[in-house]
Ligand binder design. Sequence first.
Ligand code: HPA
Length: 281
Amino acid sequence: MLDKINESTAFLAPLLGGEPPRVAIILGSGLGAFADDIAGRREIPYAAIPRFPVSTVAGHAGRLVAGEIEGKSVLVMQGRFHFYEGYSMQEVTFPVRVAHALGARTLLVTNAAGGVNPLFRAGDLMVIEDHVNMFPDHPLRGENHDALGPRFPSMEFAYSPRLISLAVAAAERLGIRLHRGVYAGLQGPSFETPAECRWLHAAGADAVGMSTVPEVIVARHAGMECFGVSVIANSAPPLPSPLPSSLSSSPHPVSHEVVLEQSRQASLHLSSLLRHLLRHL
Ligand code: HPA
Protein backbone atom coordinates (compact mmCIF):
# COMPACT_ATOMS: atom_id res chain seq x y z
CA MET A 1 0.00 0.00 0.00
CA LEU A 2 2.73 2.48 1.00
CA ASP A 3 4.73 1.55 -2.11
CA LYS A 4 1.69 2.08 -4.33
CA ILE A 5 1.04 5.51 -2.82
CA ASN A 6 4.70 6.44 -3.28
CA GLU A 7 4.69 5.29 -6.90
CA SER A 8 1.62 7.36 -7.86
CA THR A 9 2.89 10.34 -5.88
CA ALA A 10 6.35 10.21 -7.45
CA PHE A 11 4.75 10.18 -10.92
CA LEU A 12 2.36 13.05 -10.16
CA ALA A 13 4.53 15.46 -8.15
CA PRO A 14 6.64 16.69 -11.10
CA LEU A 15 3.50 17.08 -13.27
CA LEU A 16 1.84 19.38 -10.77
CA GLY A 17 4.40 22.14 -11.19
CA GLY A 18 5.90 24.11 -8.34
CA GLU A 19 3.30 24.32 -5.64
CA PRO A 20 1.88 21.23 -3.93
CA PRO A 21 -1.92 21.08 -3.87
CA ARG A 22 -3.45 22.45 -0.69
CA VAL A 23 -6.98 21.28 -1.27
CA ALA A 24 -8.23 18.02 -2.78
CA ILE A 25 -11.68 18.16 -4.33
CA ILE A 26 -13.76 15.15 -5.39
CA LEU A 27 -16.51 15.87 -7.89
CA GLY A 28 -19.49 13.52 -7.98
CA SER A 29 -21.88 12.40 -10.74
CA GLY A 30 -22.71 15.23 -13.15
CA LEU A 31 -20.72 17.77 -11.13
CA GLY A 32 -17.55 17.74 -13.21
CA ALA A 33 -18.12 21.22 -14.69
CA PHE A 34 -16.59 22.83 -11.61
CA ALA A 35 -13.20 21.73 -12.89
CA ASP A 36 -13.63 23.72 -16.13
CA ASP A 37 -12.67 27.03 -14.48
CA ILE A 38 -9.34 25.97 -13.04
CA ALA A 39 -6.52 28.39 -13.81
CA GLY A 40 -3.25 27.00 -15.15
CA ARG A 41 -4.90 23.63 -15.49
CA ARG A 42 -3.00 20.42 -15.93
CA GLU A 43 -5.04 17.31 -16.69
CA ILE A 44 -3.88 13.82 -15.93
CA PRO A 45 -6.15 10.92 -16.93
CA TYR A 46 -6.39 8.28 -14.23
CA ALA A 47 -5.32 5.71 -16.79
CA ALA A 48 -1.92 7.43 -17.09
CA ILE A 49 -1.13 7.30 -13.37
CA PRO A 50 0.78 4.25 -12.19
CA ARG A 51 -1.15 2.23 -9.59
CA PHE A 52 -4.35 4.29 -10.02
CA PRO A 53 -7.64 2.45 -10.56
CA VAL A 54 -9.49 3.36 -13.78
CA SER A 55 -12.99 4.89 -13.76
CA THR A 56 -15.74 3.10 -15.67
CA VAL A 57 -19.15 4.65 -14.87
CA ALA A 58 -20.94 6.97 -17.37
CA GLY A 59 -20.77 10.66 -16.35
CA HIS A 60 -17.35 10.31 -14.75
CA ALA A 61 -14.52 11.71 -16.83
CA GLY A 62 -11.84 9.93 -14.86
CA ARG A 63 -9.01 12.40 -14.53
CA LEU A 64 -7.16 14.60 -12.11
CA VAL A 65 -7.13 18.31 -12.81
CA ALA A 66 -4.51 20.38 -11.00
CA GLY A 67 -4.31 24.16 -10.92
CA GLU A 68 -5.62 27.16 -9.00
CA ILE A 69 -9.10 28.26 -7.95
CA GLU A 70 -9.58 31.45 -5.94
CA GLY A 71 -5.83 31.60 -5.38
CA LYS A 72 -5.66 28.15 -3.80
CA SER A 73 -3.75 25.31 -5.39
CA VAL A 74 -6.18 22.45 -5.86
CA LEU A 75 -6.15 18.87 -7.03
CA VAL A 76 -9.54 17.97 -8.44
CA MET A 77 -10.74 14.41 -8.98
CA GLN A 78 -13.13 14.53 -11.88
CA GLY A 79 -14.83 11.20 -11.34
CA ARG A 80 -14.41 8.85 -8.42
CA PHE A 81 -14.19 5.13 -7.79
CA HIS A 82 -17.28 3.49 -6.35
CA PHE A 83 -17.45 0.32 -4.30
CA TYR A 84 -20.37 -0.87 -6.46
CA GLU A 85 -18.15 -0.84 -9.53
CA GLY A 86 -16.21 -3.68 -7.97
CA TYR A 87 -13.25 -1.75 -6.57
CA SER A 88 -11.92 -2.66 -3.16
CA MET A 89 -12.23 -0.08 -0.38
CA GLN A 90 -8.46 0.49 -0.70
CA GLU A 91 -8.94 1.33 -4.38
CA VAL A 92 -11.98 3.54 -3.70
CA THR A 93 -9.95 5.64 -1.26
CA PHE A 94 -6.56 5.44 -2.97
CA PRO A 95 -6.76 8.93 -4.56
CA VAL A 96 -7.33 10.47 -1.13
CA ARG A 97 -4.12 8.84 0.12
CA VAL A 98 -2.24 10.15 -2.91
CA ALA A 99 -3.69 13.67 -2.57
CA HIS A 100 -2.57 13.71 1.07
CA ALA A 101 0.89 12.43 0.15
CA LEU A 102 1.14 15.23 -2.43
CA GLY A 103 0.43 17.81 0.28
CA ALA A 104 -3.35 18.31 0.41
CA ARG A 105 -4.58 18.91 3.96
CA THR A 106 -8.22 19.74 3.15
CA LEU A 107 -10.74 17.53 1.36
CA LEU A 108 -13.88 18.92 -0.27
CA VAL A 109 -16.27 16.18 -1.39
CA THR A 110 -19.37 16.46 -3.53
CA ASN A 111 -21.89 13.82 -4.46
CA ALA A 112 -25.33 13.25 -5.92
CA ALA A 113 -27.65 11.78 -3.32
CA GLY A 114 -31.25 10.80 -2.80
CA GLY A 115 -33.21 12.82 -0.26
CA VAL A 116 -34.82 10.73 2.47
CA ASN A 117 -35.80 13.80 4.49
CA PRO A 118 -39.34 14.54 3.25
CA LEU A 119 -38.59 18.29 3.24
CA PHE A 120 -35.87 17.88 0.60
CA ARG A 121 -36.58 18.49 -3.09
CA ALA A 122 -34.64 17.49 -6.17
CA GLY A 123 -32.05 20.15 -6.92
CA ASP A 124 -31.52 21.15 -3.26
CA LEU A 125 -28.07 21.20 -1.71
CA MET A 126 -27.23 19.65 1.65
CA VAL A 127 -24.05 20.30 3.57
CA ILE A 128 -23.04 17.07 5.28
CA GLU A 129 -22.86 17.44 9.05
CA ASP A 130 -22.26 13.78 9.77
CA HIS A 131 -22.56 10.38 8.14
CA VAL A 132 -23.86 6.89 8.81
CA ASN A 133 -21.54 4.23 7.40
CA MET A 134 -23.55 1.33 6.01
CA PHE A 135 -20.96 -0.03 3.60
CA PRO A 136 -20.28 -3.76 4.06
CA ASP A 137 -16.50 -3.24 4.10
CA HIS A 138 -14.26 -0.67 5.76
CA PRO A 139 -11.33 1.13 4.11
CA LEU A 140 -9.22 0.81 7.27
CA ARG A 141 -9.81 -2.91 7.78
CA GLY A 142 -6.58 -4.88 7.98
CA GLU A 143 -3.08 -3.88 8.97
CA ASN A 144 -2.78 -0.25 10.07
CA HIS A 145 0.16 1.73 8.74
CA ASP A 146 1.01 4.16 11.51
CA ALA A 147 2.67 6.41 8.94
CA LEU A 148 -0.78 6.93 7.38
CA GLY A 149 -2.80 7.44 10.57
CA PRO A 150 -3.90 5.90 13.88
CA ARG A 151 -5.44 2.42 14.30
CA PHE A 152 -8.66 3.79 15.81
CA PRO A 153 -9.31 7.25 14.35
CA SER A 154 -12.08 9.36 15.85
CA MET A 155 -15.02 10.18 13.59
CA GLU A 156 -16.36 12.89 15.87
CA PHE A 157 -16.35 16.17 13.95
CA ALA A 158 -15.43 14.22 10.80
CA TYR A 159 -17.02 17.10 8.86
CA SER A 160 -15.24 20.26 9.95
CA PRO A 161 -17.54 22.53 11.99
CA ARG A 162 -15.38 25.44 10.82
CA LEU A 163 -15.98 24.67 7.15
CA ILE A 164 -19.68 23.98 7.74
CA SER A 165 -20.06 27.44 9.35
CA LEU A 166 -18.20 29.06 6.46
CA ALA A 167 -20.49 27.33 3.95
CA VAL A 168 -23.68 28.19 5.81
CA ALA A 169 -22.64 31.85 6.00
CA ALA A 170 -21.71 31.82 2.31
CA ALA A 171 -25.06 30.28 1.34
CA GLU A 172 -26.91 33.00 3.24
CA ARG A 173 -24.88 35.72 1.54
CA LEU A 174 -25.33 34.14 -1.91
CA GLY A 175 -29.03 33.43 -1.43
CA ILE A 176 -28.53 29.68 -1.86
CA ARG A 177 -30.94 27.30 -0.13
CA LEU A 178 -28.69 24.97 1.84
CA HIS A 179 -29.87 22.15 4.09
CA ARG A 180 -27.69 20.62 6.77
CA GLY A 181 -27.99 16.92 7.39
CA VAL A 182 -26.73 13.39 7.76
CA TYR A 183 -25.55 11.36 4.76
CA ALA A 184 -26.02 7.60 4.81
CA GLY A 185 -23.50 5.74 2.66
CA LEU A 186 -24.76 2.48 1.14
CA GLN A 187 -23.06 0.15 -1.29
CA GLY A 188 -25.68 0.28 -4.10
CA PRO A 189 -25.89 -0.12 -7.04
CA SER A 190 -29.66 -0.59 -6.72
CA PHE A 191 -31.47 2.49 -5.45
CA GLU A 192 -33.30 2.17 -2.14
CA THR A 193 -36.79 0.80 -1.78
CA PRO A 194 -39.42 3.11 -0.27
CA ALA A 195 -39.25 1.04 2.92
CA GLU A 196 -35.47 1.47 3.09
CA CYS A 197 -35.86 5.23 2.61
CA ARG A 198 -38.34 5.48 5.48
CA TRP A 199 -36.09 3.34 7.62
CA LEU A 200 -33.01 5.45 6.79
CA HIS A 201 -34.84 8.62 7.73
CA ALA A 202 -36.05 7.05 10.98
CA ALA A 203 -32.41 6.08 11.63
CA GLY A 204 -31.31 9.70 11.41
CA ALA A 205 -30.32 10.09 7.77
CA ASP A 206 -31.41 12.97 5.54
CA ALA A 207 -29.76 11.85 2.31
CA VAL A 208 -28.49 8.59 0.91
CA GLY A 209 -25.77 7.84 -1.59
CA MET A 210 -23.15 5.36 -2.71
CA SER A 211 -19.90 7.23 -2.09
CA THR A 212 -18.17 9.81 0.15
CA VAL A 213 -18.15 7.87 3.44
CA PRO A 214 -15.04 5.75 2.67
CA GLU A 215 -13.21 8.80 1.29
CA VAL A 216 -13.95 10.89 4.37
CA ILE A 217 -12.97 8.06 6.73
CA VAL A 218 -9.60 7.76 5.02
CA ALA A 219 -9.10 11.54 4.90
CA ARG A 220 -9.83 11.76 8.64
CA HIS A 221 -7.46 8.85 9.25
CA ALA A 222 -4.83 10.97 7.49
CA GLY A 223 -5.78 14.03 9.57
CA MET A 224 -7.31 16.04 6.73
CA GLU A 225 -10.02 18.65 7.36
CA CYS A 226 -13.15 17.50 5.51
CA PHE A 227 -16.19 19.16 4.02
CA GLY A 228 -18.99 17.54 2.01
CA VAL A 229 -22.00 18.70 0.01
CA SER A 230 -24.74 16.52 -1.46
CA VAL A 231 -26.78 17.54 -4.44
CA ILE A 232 -30.22 16.10 -3.79
CA ALA A 233 -30.78 14.56 -7.21
CA ASN A 234 -34.09 12.93 -6.39
CA SER A 235 -36.33 12.78 -3.38
CA ALA A 236 -37.05 9.37 -2.04
CA PRO A 237 -40.63 8.28 -2.63
CA PRO A 238 -42.58 9.71 0.36
CA LEU A 239 -45.09 6.90 0.22
CA PRO A 240 -47.22 5.90 3.18
CA SER A 241 -47.10 2.35 4.37
CA PRO A 242 -48.90 0.16 3.47
CA LEU A 243 -48.64 1.27 -0.12
CA PRO A 244 -51.93 2.02 -1.94
CA SER A 245 -52.03 -0.18 -5.01
CA SER A 246 -52.62 2.85 -7.27
CA LEU A 247 -49.20 4.19 -6.24
CA SER A 248 -47.34 0.95 -6.39
CA SER A 249 -45.19 2.17 -9.24
CA SER A 250 -43.83 5.70 -9.01
CA PRO A 251 -44.61 7.95 -12.03
CA HIS A 252 -41.08 9.37 -11.75
CA PRO A 253 -38.83 6.46 -10.90
CA VAL A 254 -35.25 7.40 -10.11
CA SER A 255 -32.77 6.71 -12.87
CA HIS A 256 -29.12 7.47 -13.48
CA GLU A 257 -30.18 10.01 -16.17
CA VAL A 258 -32.41 11.90 -13.70
CA VAL A 259 -29.56 11.94 -11.20
CA LEU A 260 -27.13 13.40 -13.78
CA GLU A 261 -29.57 16.07 -15.00
CA GLN A 262 -30.53 17.30 -11.51
CA SER A 263 -26.88 17.45 -10.52
CA ARG A 264 -26.02 19.57 -13.54
CA GLN A 265 -28.69 22.11 -12.63
CA ALA A 266 -27.66 22.34 -9.00
CA SER A 267 -23.99 22.45 -9.93
CA LEU A 268 -24.08 26.22 -10.52
CA HIS A 269 -25.01 26.85 -6.89
CA LEU A 270 -22.54 24.26 -5.76
CA SER A 271 -19.74 25.92 -7.73
CA SER A 272 -20.46 29.31 -6.12
CA LEU A 273 -20.43 27.70 -2.71
CA LEU A 274 -17.14 25.86 -3.26
CA ARG A 275 -15.49 28.96 -4.70
CA HIS A 276 -16.55 30.98 -1.69
CA LEU A 277 -15.21 28.30 0.62
CA LEU A 278 -11.87 28.18 -1.22
CA ARG A 279 -11.57 31.96 -1.06
CA HIS A 280 -12.02 31.93 2.72
CA LEU A 281 -10.19 28.75 3.67
N1 HPA B 1 -29.92 6.66 -3.65
C1 HPA B 1 -28.61 6.40 -3.61
N2 HPA B 1 -27.71 7.06 -4.30
C2 HPA B 1 -28.14 8.06 -5.06
C3 HPA B 1 -29.49 8.40 -5.15
C4 HPA B 1 -30.44 7.65 -4.41
O1 HPA B 1 -31.66 7.88 -4.45
N3 HPA B 1 -29.58 9.45 -6.00
C5 HPA B 1 -28.33 9.74 -6.39
N4 HPA B 1 -27.45 8.91 -5.83
